[in-house]
Design a protein around this ligand. Structure first.
Ligand SMILES: C[S@@+](CC[C@H](N)C(=O)[O-])C[C@H]1O[C@@H](n2cnc3c(N)ncnc32)[C@H](O)[C@@H]1O
Length: 226
């Protein structure tokens, strides 16, 4: 079956409203400083100057979760991937305002960054409120599919963590079904509270807040790489 690793196409918006002058200046000044190189292998030493644990966020939206995690773990290196320019502007603002030296960004497809990292080198991967693609005929576009999960599994260290958040009931069921079929991840939930309540070290994202405002339930999945 096709999935994002074989389709290699981004479907969402790349840009929303036109950037204000201050935002355009932020992009011009800060994005080149923080962007990961366009090609070639990537590792912690190249990106951060030392051999630190790496965490990757796929589709960081406006970057509030990425920035909060990076602030909480200053000795780790964070790579945020997001093709939506207006979201990238948000992340750049967080990095500048909070003085974060441990964040690198890729404005584009997260898969192209993941595949350039060494195998078994990543401490955590975050996939928070991925685009749900609720129609069955679009299921192949979902990031939760065996192709992307094979890649995530290959890059995570044994014992590393994969976090998935969603408020979409179809995506929730789909993800549980796909993840249950995998032998390389253990679901860390022992009781319903473990996936119904947001863990203390899981900062709220913009999408999550919006979902809660609309009365949606949100599910928090944590998986450990075997
Ligand atoms: C529904 S939004 C959620 C944003 C954010 N994680 C949050 O919870 O607020 C999904 C995001 O995934 C991004 N996205 C989609 N495909 C992606 C890919 N292949 N690599 C990186 N980001 C991607 C979209 O641009 C969008 O910003």
């Amino acid at each position: 079956m096709n999935d994002p690793t074989t389709i290699r196409r981004l479907y969402g918006r790349r840009q929303g409203h036109k950037l204000r002058a201050g935002q355009a200046a932020l992009v011009e000044e800060w994005l080149p400083r923080l962007s990961v190189a366009e090609a070639g292998p990537l590792d912690a030493a190249t990106l951060f100057g030392d051999d630190r644990p790496i965490e990757v966020e796929i589709g960081f939206g406006s970057g509030e979760h990425l920035a909060a995690q990076a602030e909480a773990a200053p000795t780790h290196g964070f790579i945020g991937c997001e093709p939506f320019l207006n979201g990238v502007v948000g992340a750049l603002g967080h990095v500048r305002d909070r003085g974060l030296g441990n964040v690198r960004l890729h404005m584009g497809d997260a898969l192209t960054v993941l595949e350039r990292l060494p195998d078994a080198s990543v401490e955590r991967v975050y996939l928070l409120h991925p685009d749900p693609w609720p129609k069955a005929r679009h299921a192949k576009r979902r990031m939760i599919n065996h192709g992307p999960l094979d890649l995530i599994a290959a890059k995570l260290k044994p014992g590393g963590e994969f976090r998935l958040g969603t408020d979409d009931p179809t995506y929730c069921r789909w993800s549980m079904m796909v993840m249950n079929a995998r032998r390389d991840f253990d679901w860390l939930a022992k009781t319903p509270h473990d996936f119904l309540d947001r863990p203390a070290d899981w900062p709220e994202t913009r999408y999550e807040r919006k979902a809660r405002r609309q009365g949606h339930e949100v599910w928090y999945f944590r998986y450990r790489r075997r």
